[in-house]
Ligand binder design. Structure first.
Ligand SMILES: NC(=O)c1ccc[n+]([C@@H]2O[C@H](COP(=O)([O-])OP(=O)(O)OC[C@H]3O[C@@H](n4cnc5c(N)ncnc54)[C@H](OP(=O)(O)O)[C@@H]3O)[C@@H](O)[C@H]2O)c1
Length: 386
């Protein structure tokens, strides 16, 4: 493998830091060209010192000024939407790691695709919002869009060496989150600290709440639908509490191929960075004698309505997935700030989906407008009823 020059969007987040941990292990294979973060200037300045990127981007002018005061060296510091797109399309970059959280990741990722960069995609929201356009442009530009989400990386790996026409369906595994066995009668009283306590994965706050509501799995169904061009009805969610089987693929002859590993994002990140090579990561393989059993259960859609709302949005198509995602982002933020209860999250998303006037999803302006509409709608709803 020749040296790969990277841009990491979201370098201060959980995926961003795990990506840099992989880079640390293979300094001869990767070079950091640009970094982008939100507001964590302390960590970003440490990353600048260590990786010496040419250019970095932060959220706004005020944050850029703070960073300029504490960072050393000749790095260029930019900010805002144009800055993120600049990092994503930087001329010397070979691959962009898209790991900003939420819909904010969409436009920088689009900019990277349009400038012909290969993408390691963690930001699932990019495909949820604009899957049709993204996949169209990926084909036009003939770039590689490699999944970082562990389930999608697993599916991608299970598809290698098999004929696409032999695929029957996908089995998308889910840990079930911290409330897998909790009685529905106590769901209304769930607090953010309970929901932030994920049993198997260590992740950013937003995705951890999404894992607790199973919206994360819903977003992943939509992500898989676009990425693997498969109808939602052929994507079956399987609750697997141990998070060892990262997902499976069933073929027409009844054979099922699974990908297994310990629950650590570095495996999926490294595979996206080095595909088709496999890096000697020194990750332990699961200890099957300690594990002894692996469990598989159907998801309970009554307790976790976010998952059925995501299937609905996927089946309805158009701008419905964008509305699902935006309504979820606002509702999760309100929950994290104690302005909403846990079960308000699906309630408000359902309301937004019901009231939405859908538009064609092959138009980026329609998607951005639907996203903005849903945010305003849910914010207003919280104001009046929260
Ligand atoms: N964590 C996982 O294990 C995991 C697994 C699969 C997929 N993913 C996906 O990967 C993405 C990142 O997740 P994460 O868990 O790494 O999130 P995270 O820990 O919350 O990190 C988010 C990153 O995005 C930056 N950011 C936040 N808001 C931003 C904005 N408006 N504009 C630009 N940058 C912004 C943050 O910067 P500051 O911190 O500097 O503000 C941080 O670098 C999500 O789409 C998630 O669904 C994550």
């Amino acid at each position: 493998m020749t040296i790969k020059r990277l841009s990491i969007l979201g370098s201060t987040g959980s995926i961003g830091q795990n990506t840099l941990a992989v880079v640390n292990q293979f300094p001869n294979l990767f070079k950091i060209e640009t970094l982008a973060a939100g507001i964590n200037v302390e960590l970003l300045s440490q990353q600048i010192q260590k990786y010496q990127p040419k250019s970095v981007c932060v959220l706004n002018e005020q944050t850029a000024d703070q960073l300029k005061k504490i960072s050393k060296g000749p790095v260029e510091i930019v900010y805002g939407p144009a800055g993120y797109e600049q990092m994503a399309s930087f001329s010397s970059v070979d691959m962009v790691v898209s790991a900003i959280v939420g819909a904010a990741g969409l436009l920088p990722t689009m900019a990277a695709i349009r400038s012909g960069k290969d993408i390691a995609l963690a930001n699932k929201e990019t495909l949820v919002l604009a899957g049709e356009i993204v996949m169209h442009e990926v084909r036009e530009k003939q770039i590689r869009l490699l999944p970082v989400d562990s389930e999608h990386s697993a599916i991608f790996q299970c598809l290698q060496g098999h004929r696409r026409q032999d695929l029957d369906h996908i089995l998308l595994t889910a840990s079930g989150g911290p409330f897998r066995d909790r009685n529905i009668s106590s769901f209304e009283s769930i607090q953010p600290k309970d929901a932030l306590n994920h049993p198997t994965w260590s992740m950013g706050k937003k995705i951890t709440i999404d894992s607790a509501t199973l919206m994360n799995k819903g977003l992943e169904v939509i992500e898989a639908h676009f990425l693997f061009q498969i109808p939602a009805k052929d994507i079956q969610v399987v609750v697997h509490p141990q998070s060892i089987v990262h997902s499976m693929v069933a073929y027409h002859d009844g054979s099922v191929i699974a990908q297994l590993g310990i629950p650590d994002m570095k495996g999926a990140i490294a595979y996206a960075l080095s595909y088709p090579d496999r890096l000697p990561l020194n990750q332990p393989v699961p200890n099957f004698f300690d594990l002894r059993t692996l469990d598989f259960l159907p998801p309970d859609l009554k307790r976790f309505p976010c998952l059925s709302l995501a299937y609905d949005a996927c089946n309805l198509g158009k701008t419905y997935p964008a509305v699902l995602n935006a309504a979820n982002e606002i509702a999760v933020d309100a929950f994290l700030h104690n302005r909403a209860g846990f079960m308000d999250i699906p309630r408000w998303i359902e309301k937004a989906l019901t009231m939405h006037n859908p538009k064609d999803a092959m138009n980026l302006d329609n998607i951005v407008l639907a996203d903005q509409w849903a945010r305003t709608f849910v914010r207003q709803w919280i104001k009046e009823n929260g």
